[in-house]
Design a protein around this ligand. Structure first.
Ligand SMILES: Nc1ncnc2c1ncn2[C@@H]1O[C@H](COP(=O)(O)OP(=O)(O)O)[C@@H](O)[C@H]1O
Ligand SMILES: [Mg+2]
Length: 282
């Protein structure tokens, strides 16, 4: 079975000469929840735009279900895949929540009852149903982000590309957004690729991640394979999740006998209890 997205990009440079991406080999399988993790300026937004066909002037090729994205009609891209920009104000433009979410499906030529049904479903799934008639400019930042996602869901996307969906949200908002995306991925089978620099959230939610640094993928795999030592992450201007950093230091500086490097509080708690039991049993 062909992967949903296959990126085989040799190089992309912006017109001013900035080489923003080089040597990217990335395979995104059906139903995966993948993170592109990188510090500011590492090339995350550029890479998402390449995947979505908004940037075309690169050397290499990007395949969507086996077809070259660059050669597809925009309509055939948007039938399957949509990109949610980092800043919702770059995406939203209608006056009301309903009108905004209805724009995409109307543009697809659907009739009005079908548009209304899709918008209702999409708003309900982002918990914004009761805001349908509300003015966009009165929404909070997090609500705007959810309306952006609803607009894409209403078009029936099977693949969502999200640029820093948790940036600018408060801690609870970050968590809720990740839980929402997890449900969308798990229950609705939506394939998700999200760009982020949030190392603490990633191991809780993502299946796979790829670290982008200076336009190159420098590491990739499941979170346990990627988060192994502080120095490797510092070299790409990232860090370990806080809880992993603590346990790493206890193991390497205090020489406490931890066996694995836990990435979440739940894993750390189990590791600690097991270690204490082992020590007590000596
Ligand atoms: N329109 C542009 N013209 C020239 N350089 C750009 C443009 N947009 C981004 N860049 C440069 O490309 C690199 C990657 O940027 P970007 O993809 O926005 O990174 P990220 O999203 O990870 O912060 C950076 O060096 C940035 O300065
Ligand atoms: Mg960006």
């Amino acid at each position: 079975m062909t992967n949903r997205l296959s990126v085989q990009l040799d190089a992309f440079r912006y017109p001013d000469g900035t080489v923003a991406l080089s040597d990217i080999r990335l395979e995104i399988g059906r139903g995966e929840f993948t993170g592109i993790l990188g510090s500011n300026g590492s090339g995350k937004t550029t890479l998402l735009k390449v995947m979505d066909g908004l940037i075309k002037e690169y050397a290499g090729r990007v395949l969507l279900d086996g077809e070259e994205v660059r050669k597809l009609h925009p309509r055939d891209i948007y039938r399957k895949m949509g990109l949610v920009f980092q800043n919702p104000d770059d995406q939203l433009f209608a006056h009301t929540v309903f009108e905004d979410a209805a724009f995409g499906p109307r543009n697809m030529g659907l009739d009005e009852p079908e548009v209304a049904a899709r918008v209702e479903r999409a708003l309900a799934s982002v918990e914004m149903a009761e805001y349908a008639g509300k003015g966009i400019h009165n929404l909070s930042y997090g609500q705007k982000k959810r309306v952006c996602i609803a607009g894409l869901l209403a078009m029936g996307h099977e693949i969502l590309l999200l640029d820093e969906p948790t940036a600018g949200l408060d801690p609870m908002g970050e968590y809720r957004m990740m839980e929402f995306l997890t449900r969308l991925n798990r229950d609705n089978g939506v394939t998700i690729v999200m760009a982020t620099h949030s190392v603490d959230l990633v191991p809780l939610f993502l299946h796979r991640l790829h670290i982008l640094s200076k336009g190159r993928i420098v590491r990739g795999g499941v979170p346990e394979e990627v988060f192994t030592a502080p120095a490797e992450l510092e070299s790409v201007k990232l860090r370990l999740p806080h809880i992993a950093e603590l346990i790493w230091r206890l193991k390497h500086e205090e020489k406490l006998p931890f066996q694995r490097l836990p990435l979440t509080i739940g894993e750390a708690r189990r590791e600690l209890v097991e270690m204490m039991e082992r020590e007590a049993g000596r």
